[in-house]
Write a protein that binds this ligand. Structure first.
Ligand SMILES: O=C1O[C@H](COP(=O)(O)O)[C@@H](O)[C@H](O)[C@H]1O
Length: 266
């Protein structure tokens, strides 16, 4: 790793020399959390995002992880989904299925994707109901402080505008405090209809990783992590602040190019 550091209230930041190095570090991190969670709770409840994240998780399909990870204990969720058919090129489920889930021995009934035959509003309600049932049986743990589900790991990407999951800048959905899963019909990035975990759910997780690469995201990374002043400038990614959990940023050098480096060590 090129550089790493802990930023005040912004978690651990890992800056990688290359995408290859980032992918290896990300696979190691996920495998370690999986092992710890299976040891402690007997299961690993992980929420994925779409976009570039899935490609960066590709090393999990290869040795040693394909053999050493206890895939049968994994329960898969999505932090956000586009309201399209599961076979559509825009589907976050399809992306994960093609890039990861079809290549490792995950139990199909442990894959909890969004119902693609419903409206956005119905699909959000339905997905929250599914998660509530799994909280009751403790497949997903519950937060001691917020009453929200406590996922073992939520993996997020970030867009150049600083959006995470389908929480976009200046959208009223950022203020949602009651629902676990909500919906939008006016996403600034197509497709317009999406469902998304809310901030209280993201911030109740045991671990949150934000994986960001490329120089088009450098300004948003700077605004999300550095001490930049008024919160009104904050991208949604800055609102990712796990209450008790651990936050780790996985960056490549171009994404980290506008960060204040004084806080990092080799
Ligand atoms: O639309 C979305 O975008 C973000 C970021 O995607 P990326 O390709 O720029 O990494 C993604 O995290 C989210 O899940 C997705 O729905």
């Amino acid at each position: 790793m090129a550089l790493s550091g802990a930023c005040k209230n912004r978690g651990e930041v890992r800056i990688h020399e290359s995408l290859d190095e980032l992918s290896t570090d990300l696979a190691d991190y996920i495998a370690e959390l999986s092992e710890a969670s299976v040891k402690e709770r007997g299961v690993f409840a992980i929420a994925l995002s779409g976009g570039s994240l899935v490609g960066l998780m590709r090393k999990l399909c290869d040795a040693p992880y394909n053999k050493t990870v206890d895939w049968a204990k994994w329960y898969i969720f999505w932090a956000d989904e586009r309201v399209v058919a599961k076979t559509h090129a825009d589907s976050n489920y399809k992306l994960a299925k093609d890039g990861l889930l079809s290549k490792v021995p995950i139990i199909p009934s442990h894959v909890h994707s969004i119902n693609d035959s419903m409206t956005a509003e119905e699909a959000a309600d339905d997905y929250e109901f599914v998660i509530r049932q799994l909280v009751k049986t403790r497949v997903v743990s519950v937060s001691e402080i917020s009453d929200c589900p406590k996922f073992d790991l939520i993996l997020l990407g970030m867009g150049p505008d600083g959006h995470v999951a389908s929480l976009f800048p200046n959208h009223s959905v950022l203020n949602e405090r009651d629902e676990w899963v909500t919906f939008i019909t006016d996403s600034s990035k197509p497709p317009p209809e999406r469902i998304t975990f809310t901030l209280p759910v993201i911030n109740s997780a045991s671990n949150v990783a934000v994986v960001v690469t490329g120089d088009s995201k450098a300004e948003a990374v700077h605004l999300a992590i550095d001490d930049v002043g008024p919160d009104s400038l904050s991208p949604p990614a800055r609102m990712v602040q796990p209450m008790k959990g651990k936050l780790v940023w996985f960056l490549d050098k171009p994404a980290a190019s506008k960060l204040d480096r004084s806080q990092f060590s080799e």
